[in-house]
Write a protein that binds this ligand. Structure first.
Ligand SMILES: [Zn+2]
Length: 389
């Protein structure tokens, strides 16, 4: 009897293990020829910070970056983001869930406080909270938002809008009009055009009347002459179609404009679709997006090295997919990727920093610490600050 029980027990365990591996998708990715390991960038000794470039890889954990590395520069090479000299770890839970979404994740960075999943620039009581971007505008700095989602999506929205739900993208677009932000580059025509908006407002004309040059494709971006830009390169999120700019191109244009302000600037750049690849459990999607994001990181690092008073911080709002580098294939040319979920996970995310005071971000930190510290270092005020409703 005992023996029978043991046999059933062992069988049930092996079936359970079998089930879990069968139910979870795996995908092989090709490992690139290995490039030489580059030197890490040096620590910057100066303490003055004039500009901050804050890059958020949505849903970007260690495995997302590392699979991007294997697929691009092989086992010994490093992505540009991996050459940043300071690393930290960020805890990502929100006020109502140990697994955050992008809205509360971004609000932790923009306002320096914990809020509920879905909240854009408001606290758990739905009271608006001032953002680092708004503080920078008040101090006369220039500001910009760049994303590969609609520019009204949760992450960029949390820096320049205040609504109780991330789904209110029409309202977020309208709030951008009065935010003072100089450069808005991403997707999302449908949240600005009178044909698609529920209130039929023609926000494209309203932005134009406020001095923004409206850009609809990469050529428009290259040829733009205004110091205020609204770039809407797709109906919703960027589709990676011909004629759309890369994240690096958008970042470089934003830096060119924002750098004209002698008082400095705050720029947030989001690699929005790394998260979407995670939701779809598609390693190829993740890798393409990590490569696109890493090129934007390079643009930021090149600018910062030249400038000397620019702090670059790269992190994520959360990890997506429970992505794991599972095993090497027998021929040694490929790596098997394994996913545990189609949603976000609570696994802490990496943070990389380069520039003056980068070492402030060492250690195991809460996401709200990052937002508060960025505002403090840019000397625009101390977060969090609640506004009147
Ligand atoms: Zn997501």
């Amino acid at each position: 009897m005992k023996r029978l029980f043991l046999l059933v027990f062992i069988l049930s365990i092996s079936t359970a293990c079998q089930d879990s591996s069968d139910n979870n998708p795996t995908e092989n990715i090709s490992v690139a020829e290995s490039e030489a390991t580059p030197e890490l960038l040096p620590l910057v000794e100066g303490k003055t910070i004039k500009n901050i470039i804050f890059l958020i890889g949505d849903g970007t954990g260690i495995a997302q970056l590392t699979s991007g590395q294997y697929a691009t520069v092989g086992s010994d090479g490093l992505l540009h983001v991996q050459t940043m000299p300071v690393t930290g770890i960020v805890k990502t839970h929100s006020s109502d869930n140990l697994i955050t979404d992008s809205a509360s994740g971004a609000t932790a960075y923009s306002c320096g406080l914990k809020t509920y999943n879905g909240a854009i620039g408001v606290n758990p009581d739905k009271t608006p909270c001032k953002t680092i971007l708004e503080l920078a505008e008040e101090k006369g700095l220039s500001t910009g938002l760049v994303s590969t989602s609609s520019i009204t999506h949760a992450t960029p929205a949390s820096f320049a809008a205040h609504v109780e739900s991330r789904s209110m993208e029409d309202e977020i677009a309208a709030q951008f009009l009065n935010s003072g932000v100089e450069v808005l580059l991403g997707g999302g025509v449908e949240y600005f055009s009178s044909e698609d908006r529920s209130d039929s407002r023609d926000l494209i004309s309203e932005f134009s009347d406020k001095g923004y040059q409206v850009l609809l494709n990469a050529d428009d971006l290259n040829n733009s002459t205004s110091d205020k830009l609204l770039g809407l390169f797709a109906s919703d999120g960027l589709e990676r179609a011909e004629g759309e700019p890369s994240t690096a191109a958008m970042t470089s244009k934003a830096l060119e404009i924002l750098n004209k302000n002698e008082k400095g600037f705050f720029l947030m750049v989001e690699g929005s679709q790394i998260d979407w690849g995670g939701h779809g459990n598609s390693a190829d999607y993740v890798i393409n997006e990590v490569q696109d994001f890493d090129a934007a990181v390079k643009a930021a690092l090149d600018f910062a090295q030249e400038d000397g008073e620019t702090l670059v911080v790269v992190t994520a709002d959360h990890e997506t997919g429970g992505m794991t580098l599972q095993r090497q294939t027998a021929d040694g040319d490929s790596l098997e990727i394994y996913w545990t979920t189609g949603y976000h996970t609570g696994t802490p995310v990496p943070l990389m920093a380069y520039g003056p005071n980068a070492t402030e971000f060492m250690g195991w930190r809460d996401n709200t610490y990052v937002g508060k510290k960025l505002a403090e270092l840019l000397q625009v005020g101390n977060l969090p600050i609640l506004l009147e409703n």
